[in-house]
Design a protein around this ligand. Sequence first.
Ligand SMILES: [Zn+2]
Length: 412
Amino acid sequence: MNLKRVLVVIIGIICHFGTSAQKSQDAWCGTTELDKINKSRDPNYEIFRNAQDRAVLNGSYDLKTGGLIQIPVVVHVIYRLDAQNISDEQIQSQIDALNKDYRANNWDTMLVPSVWKHLIADCEIEFVLANRDVNGKIHSGITRTQTSVVDICKLGGDVYYNSIKGGHDIWDRNSYLNFWVCELEGSLYGFSTLPGAAKESDGIVIDWESFGTIGTAKYPSDKGRTCTHEVGHWLNLKHIFGTSVCGDDMVPDTPLQEKENYGCPSFPKISSMCGNGPDGDMFMNYMDYTQDKCMYMFTKGQKTRMLSTLLGARASLASSKGYNGVNSVVRPSFSIGPNPANLALIVNSDQAEEINTIRLFSISGQEVYSSAGRIPKDSHSIDLRDVDNGIYILGISTPSGTYSEKIIVQHD
Ligand SMILES: [Zn+2]
């Protein structure tokens, strides 16, 4: 074998392993696989699922009666190593991220290409840690279980939701959205049951390094969007790419796309096989496989499908006893980003809401920017070139109150 041939073989081997490593690294959602397993276990499951799809397509639910729905959440932390016993703050950061994404309050909606901006949905769904357990007793909405079982959260396994085997029993799925946070095998970040699954396991499993936005959350799944994606499944959304080439997600306002997208594509990314030009794939949709920082929208059609679930298979959540109190997220009429920010921070204001002042403070309270007296009507840019790296508080004062948000300044 001459040298050139040897090189070709070596490069071939590198490319082969390179590709499979990349593929397995990015195939991070196990929901389709779990769906297949559940179908093989229970013939009635598939019958129920098909009936649900027909009901949504037939418009069987009166969505006008919906309004804002608040879902009580319980998080079961199951840890083998101390580091996996994630903090209360990290858990709250995930709840906060879900609330931003499901109310379209996330700053990065401003990155949605203009052709799809009119499709961005405020899903009118909010999440709150339960403050009552299944017996009506006051509770934090967080359970913690130490285990010695390796691979406790195996996809299709039955240990994580079984207290006797070392996991933690589900809290009644009719009153709570159950998360199990634990160590997932291989490249998986998370998986969810779809409506109709067995009542003992009906919830979402997320890897301890893909939950929340602080602490152990690790790039590229460090913006809480594994949960946003999996909750979409739990509310009956399919992947935007369907289950076959140019597959259908049964949502009318999402384009067909040839297959899943990984990483962070550039717009437009056209699937010529499905004829989806000139705009191409909606790869920034939460139900694709892109990185956390590159997914930032649900469509109105996806909202319809999720609300149908909350009026159908998961209707009992509306009368859950898992949470007492009012904790509605105030939806500001402006978006702020990017966050982290480098050269500039942009505040986009709704025409309806007037802004009096925008101020930026360091964590020690020192004002580093004030806009007083010069607020343009709809978009305002704050020059950050002379602001040091660090954490800051942005305060926006409006006639109806003051809104503040934590901003990270990070110069490249
Ligand atoms: Zn998925």
